[in-house]
Design a protein. Structure first.
Length: 329
């Protein structure tokens, strides 16, 4: 990864996709900041000595004590703070004003061109035309504008509100277009964990169909070949019992609600997915989590891979048996 990021030239454009610029009030420019991505585990002081070659050990310790160093947007004063790959270290010539805490999400990677987040279930990726509430897009816009009021965020792909997991945003329009135009080749792995209803007997399988959208905005598989968008989903059974099964699901194509439709097609709707045939009320959310996102960096060409843990609530039915499951109306 590249080491240094500077402020970009001003780009004044109208925000689209249902979001408004008012969601992140521009601030006066503060002292210049330098942002360094972390590529390997290292203590903070050692990392700063590598990147701030014009500063001595005592000078860097003084910067830490004065609150001029931040990790992932939060001021850190411990010289032995453990850095991990994907962290970003911000160095400022003045005091750093800490950014507002992110709600329902966390940043797992950020560089000059992209931001990868882990989103909680319940948080919108981006507002629709009729919705004006907290979204991942709006929070990230405020996040980048804290360093440069002219900065913007661009949507690359989305997760449903009730789906948790990894998703990526671009920090420049050219990067967004490059990723979207070459999505199938750029993304090398995209897998989900799905908690579905019933005992899935097959250890693995593939679902292929043509997806269309009804007038009520519900996706469905057309019975006719070439009638809609081709969608291919591969799944592997990880755990199963008489009530539910835990699947690893890999997307070959990325269509709207693809996994939810295909799980209903095979008779095993996702737990909590009333829209697509789900009846069990086992979770207080949708049983779908975007676990792995791997891709080729659109600018550096570097292969990047991010993986999250399986939500604990997805594993609970296999530890307690079937006693918690009940059918909904």
């Amino acid at each position: 990864m590249r080491g240094q990021a500077g402020p970009r030239k001003n780009e004044r454009r109208t925000d689209r996709r249902g979001e408004t610029a008012a969601s992140a009030r521009p601030e006066k420019k503060r002292n210049p900041e330098r942002v360094y991505p972390v590529g390997e585990p290292m203590e903070l002081l050692a990392f700063l000595l590598v990147h701030l070659k014009d500063k001595g050990r005592n000078a860097i310790k003084s910067m830490l004590a004065r609150g001029q160093i931040a990790v992932n947007g939060e001021v850190v004063k411990l010289y032995n703070y453990p850095l991990k790959p994907g962290h970003t270290v911000t160095v400022s010539h003045g005091l750093i004003v800490e950014r507002a805490p992110l709600i329902g999400m966390k940043i797992v990677h950020e560089d000059d061109d992209i931001i990868v987040i882990q989103k909680d279930s319940g948080l919108l990726s981006i507002a629709s035309d009729k919705e004006n509430e907290l979204t991942a897009y709006r929070q990230l816009t405020a996040h980048v504008r804290a360093a440069d009021p002219a900065s913007r965020i661009f949507v690359v792909h989305r997760l449903d509100r009730d789906t948790s997991g990894l998703m990526m945003f671009a920090k420049r329009e050219a990067v967004q277009q490059q990723l979207q135009n070459d999505w199938q080749n750029a993304v090398t792995e995209r897998s989900y964990i799905a908690l579905v209803e019933g005992w899935v007997k097959k250890p693995e399988g593939t679902v292929s169909s043509w997806l269309k959208e009804s007038k009520t905005l519900k996706m469905y598989s057309s019975p006719y070949p070439n009638d809609g968008q081709h969608a291919v989903t591969h799944y592997k059974t990880l755990e199963t019992n008489k009530t539910v099964s835990l699947l690893e699901v890999r997307l070959e194509t990325g269509r709207k609600n693809q996994i939810r439709v295909h799980m209903e097609d095979i008779g095993h709707p996702i737990v909590g997915d009333k829209k697509y045939g789900g009846r069990l009320k086992l979770l207080n959310r949708l049983g779908l989590h975007a676990r792995v996102l791997a891709f080729t960096h659109p600018v550096t060409g570097e292969p990047l891979r991010f993986e999250t843990d399986i939500p604990k609530s997805f594993l609970q039915p296999f530890r307690t048996g079937d006693s918690g499951a009940r059918e909904g109306s």
